[in-house]
Unconditional design. Structure first.
Length: 246
């Protein structure tokens, strides 16, 4: 028997042996693998990336559900507000201007991944801070921030501070900073603490992403209306030169 035939015979014997070894090693783990897959499907333990934040399918679904529900409730009001004036404004040529910039303060920005992604898609530069101190540092280093969005309660320095948003507004006023602050929080807190937030200086308090975007759009809208023309003097009025000093 030639060497080639010997190698071919050994190969034909090795393949079944290797397959048997693989089966013997993998089969005992199949129930566990199947169980892990079922658990992942049941808990939606997959990750998706939105606006730079990694979310589980459940978190992304909840944020999307919240926005869809809010859009449904706001659609009628939005359609009613559209009119000839808005159409004319949309048709008017836009003047060159700087990119609008806001600061978003939240210790868990992944909860607002869809909102942040939409603002950036709309051309808004979104700076982020996770605490009051970090927000004040950002404002000290970066000029041109036109508005601030903050939640009410967040974890700072390892401690949960339920009124961190109010503290931020107080420090802003003490520092002489006058950017409008929009409080974006849960619906229950928005209703319960609306008066306190307003008293602290909040320009708006809402749990609605649609209302938040509308408020930001109003605040970031450029105020570049042309200046009123000076009245033209009557034709029969001649300009007199001032008398020269004697």
């Amino acid at each position: 028997m030639t060497a080639a035939r010997i190698i071919e015979a050994l190969g034909s014997l090795l393949w079944p042996l290797l397959l048997a070894v693989v089966v013997l090693r993998v089969v005992p783990h199949l129930p566990g693998l199947i169980a892990d897959l079922r658990q992942a499907l049941r808990t939606r333990a997959f990750k998706v990336k939105i606006g730079g934040a990694e979310l589980s399918v459940e978190e992304a679904t909840e944020q999307l559900r919240r926005q869809v529900a809010d859009l449904q409730t706001q659609m009628a009001a939005q359609l009613a507000e559209r009119g000839p004036a808005r159409a004319a404004a949309a048709a008017a040529p836009r003047q060159d201007r700087r990119r609008p910039t806001i600061l978003w303060v939240d210790d868990r920005p992944e909860r607002n991944a869809l909102e942040l992604a939409k603002l950036r898609d709309d051309g808004v530069e979104v700076l982020q801070a996770r605490s009051t101190d970090e927000a004040m540092d950002v404002l000290a280093l970066r000029r041109g921030v036109q508005a601030i969005v903050t939640n009410l309660g967040r974890t700072e320095g390892g401690e949960h501070r339920p009124h961190a948003g109010l503290t931020l507004m107080r420090q802003l006023r003490e520092a002489g900073l006058e950017q409008p602050v929009l409080v974006y929080t849960w619906a229950s807190r928005a209703e319960r603490e609306r008066n306190d937030a307003r008293a602290a200086g909040a320009a708006a308090v809402t749990a609605s992403p649609t209302e938040l975007f509308a408020a930001l759009q109003a605040l970031l809208r450029p105020t570049d209306a042309p200046a009123a023309a000076e009245p033209t003097p009557p034709a029969n009025n001649r300009l007199r030169r001032p008398a020269r000093p004697g």
